[in-house]
Every structure is written in C-alpha cells, then in structure tokens.
Ligand binder design. Structure first.
Ligand code: DGL
Length: 268
C-alpha cells in the first residue's frame, strides 16, 4: 500500500519532494486539486467536501494506507472532522495526518516564544493554530497574518510584484518583534530566501518541508503495524484534477525529470 500526499494545488510537491528524499523507499502518490485551487478563501464546508473526496480517492482508487494532508488550509478546516467522523466509519484501519500539530510541536521543541504565522485567509480565520498551540504550550504567543495575494502570485508567475506584497504582510509581524515565523502554506517554501532577507537573521523560519519528513519518519517508527503495510519500491506518481499546460510545467519544474506522466484525476 502507498502513502498519499494531498494538497489544494502544486505547492505540496515541495513537501512531497522533501518526504521522498528523506524516506525514499516507500511508494507515494500525490494528488493536487488544481481544479479548485486556491482553497484559501473558500468556506469551511467546501474545503471539507473537497478534502473528503480527495481522501476517498486516495484510499479507494490508490490503495493508500496513510495520507498526509500537506495543505495547511485543508488541515485546518477539514482534518479534524475527517479523522473523527469520516475515517472512523469509512476507513477505520487507515490514517490521515495533517501538518499543523507537527509544525507547532517543532516550534515548541525549539523554544520559540513569539511566533509569527503567514497563512491563507481561511486558515487564519479558523483559529486552529491558536487552539492547538494552547494545548502544547499556552505561554507561547502566536501572531497570525493572512497573505491572500501570495498564492495567486506564485501560481501566476507574479515574482516581480512579490516584494511589495511581502512588505505589506511581513511588516506588521516584524513590529510585533517575532522570534520566528511559521510558513503556514505549502507554497511559501518558495519564498524562504526572500522572507529571511526581509526579517533578518534574528527570526527563525519554520518551513514544513524541513520538518514534516522527520515527523513522518518518527510516526512510522511508532506505528509499525501501519508501516508494515507500506510497499517499498520507491515509486512516485502525480495526479491533478485539472491538467493544463501551465500546471504540468510547474509540477515538472518542482519535481524535475523523474516526474513521469501526470495523470488527470476526476474526483467524485
Ligand atoms: N496549499 C494551501 C495551504 O497550504 C494554500 C493554497 C490555497 O489557498 O489553496 O494552505
């Protein structure tokens, strides 16, 4: 059985790449919902329904034993309900993991105290990061900043306009004297250098491509019953729900020549 990696679009391929590099032996299938990206301004029920369909596809059509919801927005708006209601009934012996709790555990382990977070609007409005952080360490302060323009700019070749948008989103966080910044969206891995240059060396960047692979490795070590089900041929397949030339070009840019044929997936 495989490991599924789901994202609203193509940004999750950065997380998928990092996971494959760290744990190359397993078989992976990536699903990007390019037909409905961006999720970041959608209603909670819509994100739940889209995520549920994606999970259903990865379990029933792709024989995944475990799915990583790499999308922060889907992790925030849909994961808990999927785990507590849907999974228990439909796939009790399989698992779906998100990226929020591991990210916060990483931040707490590194003794970060004034954490900024850049994320989509829906994710900031969800309040999930604050809620989960309260359980891990209620004394840590979190300053959330939504950055609605960044994903559209990154998806549409808008690099020339990024500096102005980053200034707008990062300056309020800078004023809060944050000691760290969570890049709370799959796409923001791309912006690490620009953000680090803006915030300076006193601010630690928490980037999910650098922490999720290790967290997944230790999850698999602790859950040997699940690990034993995973096939180990090092395969990687990519499927997206809208196969345009530009989506394929972006996916190929991120993954490189090993990407193979990108499949078009219809989610029911
Ligand atoms: N992939 C999403 C996330 O990590 C961001 C893009 C979107 O708005 O769909 O939150």
């Amino acid at each position: 059985m495989k490991i599924g990696i789901f994202d609203s679009g193509l940004g999750g391929l950065y997380i998928a790449n990092a996971i494959r590099t760290y744990l190359p032996e397993y078989d992976y299938v990536y699903l990007g919902d390019t037909l409905h990206v961006p999720y970041g301004r959608r209603a909670v029920d819509t994100v739940y329904e889209l995520t549920r369909k994606a999970i259903d596809y990865l379990f029933s059509e792709q024989d995944c034993a475990l799915i990583i919801v790499a999308c922060n927005t889907a992790s925030a708006l849909a994961l808990r309900r999927i785990q507590q209601e849907y999974l228990v009934k439909a796939y009790p012996n399989r698992r779906v993991l998100g990226v929020i709790v591991p990210t916060l555990e990483h931040a707490a382990d590194h003794k970060l105290r004034r954490i900024g977070m850049l994320a989509t609007e829906a994710m900031c409005n969800s309040g999930i990061y604050e809620e989960e952080l309260g359980k891990i360490d209620p004394d840590v302060q979190l300053f959330a900043q939504s950055a609605p323009l960044l994903v559209p700019m990154l998806e549409h070749d808008g690099w020339d306009f990024l500096d102005q948008a980053l200034e707008k989103y990062l300056s309020p966080l800078h004023e809060k004297k944050i000691d760290s910044l969570i890049l709370g969206c799959t796409h923001y891995c791309l912006l690490k250098e620009k953000i680090a240059a803006y915030l300076g060396s006193g601010v630690t960047l928490v980037s999910q491509d650098e922490l999720i692979p290790e967290k997944l490795g230790s999850y698999l070590n602790k859950h040997s019953w699940l690990e034993a089900k995973l096939s180990k041929e090092g395969q990687f397949n990519v499927g997206i729900t809208d196969v345009s030339r530009s989506f394929c070009a972006t996916a190929e840019d991120i993954v490189g020549p090993s990407i193979g044929k990108i499949q078009r997936i219809d989610l029911l």
